[in-house]
Design a binder for this molecule. Structure first.
Ligand SMILES: [Zn+2]
Length: 287
């Protein structure tokens, strides 16, 4: 059924980062149209037969944007290490109209996370310099396959081994009824010791109550986690029906929740950027 639906669309190569052959977040398949005879041949091939296709294609160069800010650490022993606070600045743009509205605002996904990063940047940047370096990154083109985070990973502002942790903020614009109202959840909770450490320092953070959704592997954090960085996503997305709809707009944002959520993470994040705590993967936790 899904194939038939997909086959009606014009074949289109998945967008990818220049020089990269695959994406850690995006679609990994393309459509190839073949003749009836060729289809017959393909059908009769044994399972796991490797095929090599050569098709003419023309490439179109597009651009995306990351917005990155760096607050250099003040402690000579710790400033070479960095904590990354990230979110994505893109959404779906203009698309299929729903009830006459074709603007996909992305207020929750992910203007809410972007707001958290900007607010943490404002507060950390306005106070005494943290001991460790803090990188604030707003990635472009998350929605079409984590392209901004892939670029960041391949061209990092400091060696990846010096990235102590990444906290990605995604969809914190409403409370999730699956957890206590003021709380947020962290994807991949059981994979590392980062969540428990933040909780021990006052973060109202709990494990992701929707493990069947595999959110750990669906955000920019995963692109970094694939290279071994302890990278997890903070969220309170309660599977609401405005997800990826024009109705993910300001009218549906719960500002009191967002304000409380961001405020509650301030002290734990301040602890993290001033400590020498380097989060570790738990056995079997690394993707
Ligand atoms: Zn998102």
């Amino acid at each position: 059924m899904r194939f038939e639906e997909a086959a009606r669309k014009l074949p289109k190569l998945a967008l990818h980062l220049e020089g990269a052959t695959s994406s850690d977040l995006g679609e990994e398949f393309n459509f190839i149209e073949v003749s009836a005879e060729a289809a017959q041949v393909l059908q009769n091939l044994a399972d796991e037969t490797t095929l090599h296709f050569e098709v003419p294609s023309k490439t179109e160069k597009l651009y995306t944007w990351n917005a990155v800010g760096i607050l250099r650490g003040a402690d000579p022993a710790l400033e070479h290490e960095a904590v990354l606070l990230s979110a994505h600045l893109d959404h779906l743009g203009i698309g299929k109209p729903v009830n006459g509205d074709d603007i996909y605002n992305g207020a929750d996904d992910d203007a809410s996370g972007t707001t958290a990063v900007l607010e943490l940047a404002r507060v950390l940047g306005g106070g005494p310099k943290p001991k460790r370096t803090v990188i604030f990154a707003l990635f472009g083109s998350e929605e079409i396959g984590g392209l901004g985070s892939m670029y960041f990973r391949e061209h990092p502002p400091l060696p990846l081994k010096d990235l102590a942790a990444d906290l990605e903020f995604e969809m914190i614009g409403r409370a999730d009824s699956a957890i206590p109202e003021e709380d947020l959840w962290l994807t991949g909770w059981e994979r590392t010791n980062l969540g428990p450490a933040l909780a021990a320092h006052g973060a109202k953070l709990v494990g992701d109550p929707h493990p069947e959704q595999n959110f750990f592997a669906r955000s920019d954090n995963f692109v970094l986690a694939k290279k071994g960085i302890v990278a997890q996503t903070v969220s309170s997305y309660g599977l609401h029906s405005d997800y990826h709809q024009p109705s993910d707009d300001l009218a549906h944002i719960d500002f009191r929740h967002m304000d409380t959520a961001i405020g509650s993470l301030l002290a734990p994040v301040e602890w993290l950027v001033n400590s020498d705590f380097k989060p570790q993967w738990n056995p079997g936790g690394k993707p």
